[in-house]
Ligand binder design. Sequence first.
Ligand SMILES: [Zn+2]
Length: 282
Amino acid sequence: MIPAGRAPGDAGLKRWSAVPDAAGIKVLAYHWVDPEPGQKLRQWGVTPAAFEAQMTALAEGAYQVLSLEEVLQVVHGERPSSPKAVALTFDDGYRSLLDHALPVLERFGFRATFFLVSDRVGGTNAWDARHGDAPRSLMSWDEAAGLLARGMEIGAHSRTHPFLPDLPERELEDEIRRSKETIEDRLGCSVRFFSYPHGLIVERCRHSVMAAGYAGACSSQPGRNEPGTDPFVLRRTEITCHDTVRSFAFKVRTGFGVRKWAGTRIRDWFSRRSPVAREVSL
Ligand SMILES: [Zn+2]
């Protein structure tokens, strides 16, 4: 049921009908869903109304919502890849998600993965304090257990949300390995996926994630996940406060925002036409 006065989600998808659903699974990345968008960091949040409209668009567009485990099967070539499939992820574990995202996900029967910062569970996003926005509450262990009980998946997002590439080797490993162990101990679940804090990946981060026993990891690099995609650098498309249902639909179809998508198309075109340009693009 779509509230009066708001465009049905499918209308947004149909307006972009000239842009086909590109092959590959699009993994969508959210942070908070909150009526208080914040100031400096507002782009990382979406309002409850926007989130509801986006999930409505997925449902009306008959998109399949996969778990990350199913995305992994696709990249390993163990499951056919549908162009009309997405996965939903939420970084940091904000408490606002329980009130404003969970009921909508449940209404549509969508599963999602929530990435927790293990040493900050029940606290706030202290790592963002330098930006000056009011702190945001993070869910407690009991609340995270409630998500699991309702069929959601829990992943790890480090212990303290540091800039991983800046850390010495031992601290880097500790952030990645202990976050998995702590969440598994506290919730009694298996933590299969990691999300790189700040989206920062260097090879030794990727290596530590593999060594810690994760099955895969989410990056902040937009794009699509297809057979052969690196499971430890899964592509994710960030949904921000600037997204309308229309731009959301574009991201769901292509895995990119309009500007990034145009950039990739132009680069592909030049590299097909000119060996020199191909060299430059590499
Ligand atoms: Zn984060």
